[in-house]
Every structure is written in C-alpha cells, then in structure tokens.
Design a protein around this ligand. Sequence first.
Ligand SMILES: [Zn+2]
Ligand SMILES: [Zn+2]
Length: 391
Amino acid sequence: MIRLLQKFEQKLLRHGLCEDGTILLGLLDDKFYWNKIDTNTSLLEKVFEELNIASILFAKPAEPYFTILNSLADEATNGFFVPQDSETRTFFHDIPVAETLDLKNIVGALKRRRSIFIKNNGIVTYGTISPEQAFVVYSSVCFSSYVKFFSDILSNPTNWQKKEFAINEATRYLNFLTTCTRNVKLQKGPLHARSDILSAIVDAGKATVQCRLVDSYFGNISYFDGTSIYISQTASSLDELTGCIDECPIDGSSCTGITASSEFTAHREIFLHTQRRAVLHGHPKFSVIMSMQCPLRPCELEGDCHRRCPHKRFIENVPIVPGEIGTGKYGLCQTLPPVLKNSHGAIVYGHGVFTTGENDFADAFKQLADIEIMCVQRYIETIKANDSQKS
Ligand SMILES: [Zn+2]
Ligand SMILES: [Zn+2]
C-alpha cells in the first residue's frame, strides 16, 4: 500500500505538478494508509465516511499552477470557474473553489465534481478504485487551469502584472521545451521487427511526457508497418507503455478494439490517407491555447466550433481542425486525414496536436515539438503586440 502511495507521490513530483513535502495522499483498504503524518489526515478521513471513495489526494500545486489557480479562484463567480479545453469537457464541467479547507466545502463539491481548489491551499480530489484516478484528475485540473489562464489574458484586456507573469512563464517554458526536445534521440525508421516497433513506441511516449508535450494519461501513439497498426491502449500512461500496446490489422478485423486507443479510427484513417508510418498525438499547452484564439469570431457556430467550425484556419502553415473523439459525423477520423495529406501536423481546436512521421517517431516528435515551440513564440509576440498597440 505504502509503495503504491509513493509511486503516485513520485509521479506528481516528476511531472512538475507538486513540490516535495506538499502532497498528502491516502487510501482506504482494511484501514487508512497515508503517505505521511499530517494534521489534515483526520479531516480527510471524515471525507471517506461521507463519500464512497477509495483514495484521496490533497496537494499544493507547484508554480506556476499555484499562482494561476489562485488567480482563477479570485475571479470565480458562484464558487467555480469553467475551463474550455477538451480535456476538461471530458472530465468535469467546472472546477469548484472554496475559501477554507473544511469538511462541508470538500464533501459538497466532491459529491458534484471530481475536484475542488481551496484558495491558498491546494487541490482536493479522489479515486473510487485507485489513486491513479486522483492523479489523473489532479493533473487535468492543472492543465485546464493553465490553458484557461493564458487564454483569458489573450482574449480579455487585463492588468500589467498578469501579462508580465504570462510572458515570463511562457519564456521559461519555451526555454525548457527547446532544451528538452533538442536532447531527445529517437530511433530512425523504417522499422520492421515487432520488437523494434514496440520499443520505438515506448521511447517516443516517454520523450513526449518528459518534455511535457502531454500529460501522461492523455494522448496516444501508433506505428503502421504496412500490415498492422501498433497503438497505445486507451487510458494507458504514455510514459509507461511497455505491455500496453495493441496490434491491430489495418482492416480492423481482429483488433482488440476495446483496449485500443479511443482514437484508433483517426490513426487508421491517417495511415490510409497519407502513406506515413508514425502518428503521435499530444496535448501541448500553447498549441491548445492558440487554437482557441479565432480571429473569425463571432462565428455562426459559436460554442460548437470545437466540433464543427466550418472556417479553414491556420497558425503559420499548420492547419487547425475541429472534431471530436470517436467515429461520428464530426469525428477526428473525418477531419484530420484530409489536412494531414498536405501537412505533417495539425492542431485540433481546443484539444491537442496530431503529427505524422514519414518512417519513424524521430520525425513525428520533431513536428510536435516544432509546432508547440512556434505556438509559444506566437503567444509571446501577440501579448507584446497588444501592449505596444495600447501604449
Ligand atoms: Zn487527445
Ligand atoms: Zn467557428
């Protein structure tokens, strides 16, 4: 039990989501198990009594998330704020906030939603089966808050202090990203042996998470060897893909289906349309932020643009497409393949980036990194340009 708690404590630290000593993680089995002795354990044990949960996480987000969450909480009306990216739409409609850490606030919010942010304290979230669920929600709250905070600054006139914070953070992130992605070395293709393909997928997944181009539980990755598609399983952790890769014939005949990624159809259609071999899908923050900045607003489909906006848009030469997960009329399997014929990467509105590699992930990864680096640079330029116009 303690080892399980330590695993997720280490993951929160490794992903830059928390600082050492600020994580309180507990689970209920034959008794309560906690990762450390803390004054708040008795309060949180009462939460277990009120809700049907198996684990609870209360942690202070690391910077810049802590400042961002406090800022969003200050502006929250009716006790919650509403992010707009797709990760959030999948997980929660809004993020509740409260002034104080008390039982009533926590239980009230967690009966309705997956998490709550307590001002100047931290995020509380839970898992009904494993602490993994708490980790996923925690990391989603951080991601969605980040995207909302930076998007709000672009779309609304705001104070100097916030803009300065945004420019500094974006610059820090840009430096991190440039260094991290430059050091990534991935196998060159074309790959033929099954074992080479599997290890190339595992390595590409790790590099994508390590450079923070995706949270570990989102995104997916696949390779086509001419006969079969090797694809990460749904809800698998992109930095722990060993043993979590499905092999599906291109015709879909004997694919495990249930475990293969929810975006399998999109991957398959991309391979069929483009003759390329590698597909990589991540959720890089600034690509998501910039994709939601539509100059064509107001749009006749306002509010539904992420699913079916009819306008053709680009950031530099990278296309932005609408589309939803799955095989429906507005599915990514319909919107992505046509644009990827002429481009090695595309941004899905408010969601993430899909890139392709002619023969390998070295190529697909470089495309993903280049798109995100371009979007951060664009973000910084846009904010600076807004300022000079006003002054
Ligand atoms: Zn995605
Ligand atoms: Zn639109």
